[in-house]
Design a binder for this molecule. Structure first.
Ligand SMILES: [Cu+2]
Length: 184
């Protein structure tokens, strides 16, 4: 029994800290794969995709695409509307070209995204989102007439918006901890 006196508290502390870290991460943010299963490509309808979710500060947009065929530009509203991202307009705020871009939504503001490959923006590879503060998002809803039909994003990797996965993580961590206790 003597060895448990030392190891048991350590195991409990480690498990608790891991759980708290997951909780904090879960409350703070969610990851959204742009276009869900269709990802960032010429076929998906991003106007309707962007209406599915309420984005809040701390969320992350994940653009997955073939980098030989597409890219991601964050642009101004004017450039979004004209699809003219030539350097003379000064409308490009950021460029992403990795094929797996993780863009953190760090400010409560409107974001405009386009693909700058010729013809793609005008063809529909563009959308805008209105990112809210965490608190504001629960009370205000900028969506027009129809209420949102999706309360929880289905493509989220984050804890709080994927309760099932979150619970599995928790249970898994405790089982591992339990085995650690039994077999030490
Ligand atoms: Cu494209």
């Amino acid at each position: 029994m003597l060895k448990y006196n030392i190891r048991f508290p350590i195991v409990v502390v480690v498990i608790t800290v891991i759980n708290i870290l997951f909780l904090i991460k879960g409350v703070k943010s969610a990851d959204y794969i742009v276009g869900d299963e269709e990802q960032w490509n010429s076929q998906a309808n991003f106007g309707s995709w962007s209406q599915l979710y309420n984005f809040t500060v701390g969320d992350v947009l994940v653009f997955k695409y073939n980098k030989e065929q597409h890219n991601v530009y964050e642009v101004t509203q004017t450039t979004y509307q004209t699809c003219d991202a030539s350097s003379s307009t000064g409308g490009v705020l950021a460029k992403y070209e990795s094929g797996n871009d993780q863009i953190a939504l760090t400010e409560a503001k409107k974001y405009w995204f386009i693909c700058n490959v010729a013809g793609h923006c005008l063809g529909g590879m563009r959308f805008n989102i209105d990112v809210k503060d965490q608190e504001a998002n629960t009370t205000s809803n900028s969506a027009p007439s129809t209420p949102p039909t999706f309360e929880e994003p289905t493509n989220s990797n984050s804890c709080i918006r994927l309760p099932a996965g979150f619970e599995i993580w928790h249970i898994g961590i405790y089982i591992v901890g339990l085995f650690g206790l039994i077999f030490t």
